[in-house]
Design a protein around this ligand. Sequence first.
Ligand SMILES: *[C@@H]1O[C@H](CO)[C@@H](O)[C@H](O)[C@H]1NC(C)=O
Ligand SMILES: *[C@@H]1O[C@H](CO)[C@@H](O)[C@H](O)[C@H]1NC(C)=O
Ligand SMILES: *[C@@H]1O[C@H](CO)[C@@H](O)[C@H](O)[C@H]1NC(C)=O
Length: 496
Amino acid sequence: MYPKTTSSYPMLFLYFIYRNVAVGLVSAGLAEVIPHRSDEPKSVAYLELQKAQEKAKKAKKGIHGKEVPEEIVDYSLGLGDISPSVMIQLQNFLKNQKRRGVVDYVLSGQRLKVYLPERNCIIPVNLQHIQCDAYHAVIPKYQTKTGADALKYTNQRLFQKDIELEVAEFVDQNNRNPIWIGKVWVDGKDVALELLEQGLARIFVPPSFLNRGGRSKASGIPDAYAEAEAVAKKKNWTQEREEEKKKNDLTGHEKTVTVCHVDSAVRFWVNVDGSSELEKLEAEMARVPRQNPGTIRPGKIVAALYDGLYCRAKVLKPNPKDPSQWHVLFVDYGNRTWISHKDMTSLPQKLSLGQWPPLAHSCQLAALRAPSFNTVHFNISGEKFAELALPSAPKSENEKSLAKELKIKVILDDYGKKWYVILLDQNTNINEYLVKSGYARFDQKAKETPQELLRLEDAFTKEYLRTVQKLNEEALQARIGLWEIGDASTDEEDLF
Ligand SMILES: *[C@@H]1O[C@H](CO)[C@@H](O)[C@H](O)[C@H]1NC(C)=O
Ligand SMILES: *[C@@H]1O[C@H](CO)[C@@H](O)[C@H](O)[C@H]1NC(C)=O
Ligand SMILES: *[C@@H]1O[C@H](CO)[C@@H](O)[C@H](O)[C@H]1NC(C)=O
């Protein structure tokens, strides 16, 4: 079978070996079936093609009639010198009508070339309302797994298939990259909706609509699309989180750490990878250029200038009295301070938390609470803990403070947000020491402890919980430390 009068489009011949297009062409009388000898290789649809030809001959269609067949035009190559009247006819044919087509080629999850048998032309089509990750076979920058998966899905669904197409819009950029935007159905199913359901596409709102109040009704996004996207996102997110948690869950693990900051007798921050990682980061931070950080808002990660050095900081909240001052958390150390807007700069991509996770991890001594905040014991116990956990201060200016290596045993890893731990210095269990000495108390009512932790069933945790409860009772009996004024637990509950 060879198509008539397509000499100027040699590539098209390749497309026409596809069964549907071939049959379509032969039926329309636009092509002839090449007679084969019985031992020659031939199209799998040879019989079907011959039948189609017989029919077409009887009906005197195309080359079998008197009319000269039209040339097949591929509009994806540009509009060139297509006459305006031909274009108007084509647009009228397509506009707001479901039309029959055959998918000739799939370029990405959302982009196709569609052959329209009734018009004998090929048009480039973009699925309406959605966007898939770009996928480019050669350029690595445009190769994401989701992009590849989307392309694979659309290919499986649509390649060489009969479809229905409803065009909503035509975009023509100076006759160069014409594109028809619309919906595509295969076997009665909307393919864009399927892609959203599979989590392989996002809803796309043209920028012009974004300015007019976002994804409102004005943009015409079907409710089913929005719902499908939301469900897929939630599924994706939960899955990712579970995977992340499984991969990084430290529950039951021991780690050697240095304590880098103390918030209270039971809350503190640790560095895990020794000092080398921090030194590498600090060397990079010293080279961060000054740049406008854009709008500052809570949650934003910036580089904040402190003591002559930029440190990675998470913006917490503005000072109500002076909006140029922001409370920030230094994510690699765990300490906080107020920083002026002018001392913030944007963080280069390679130093983002995604690329280089925070070096300070938040910890809490498992199932323990500090004395109430507004009692003198809060400070006393905090200082005691700092003395036990922090590196000792250097004795002279030339001396560096000695890193103090401690061990943590993670009792519960709260989704990577916080580690609930036992802190060990050589053979001293610091948790037990603090409770025994009245510097900390057992958090029986789970005010600061996940319920889940108190319900853990492993022998180690159960033994630990039994021990701190017993030590707590003994310290209370002996009126040690925070218990010196007796059992304050009744009024204390109100204080916290
Ligand atoms: C699902 O997660 C992947 C990996 O993080 C991401 O690339 C993709 O865009 C997500 N899909 C949706 C629908 O949110
Ligand atoms: C935070 O801790 C780091 C490391 O100990 C120190 O260099 C920095 O000065 C501290 N920042 C504040 C605000 O205390
Ligand atoms: C605890 O110490 C801080 C600063 O170190 C001080 O401002 C505060 O007044 C102290 N609180 C009590 C109750 O002593």
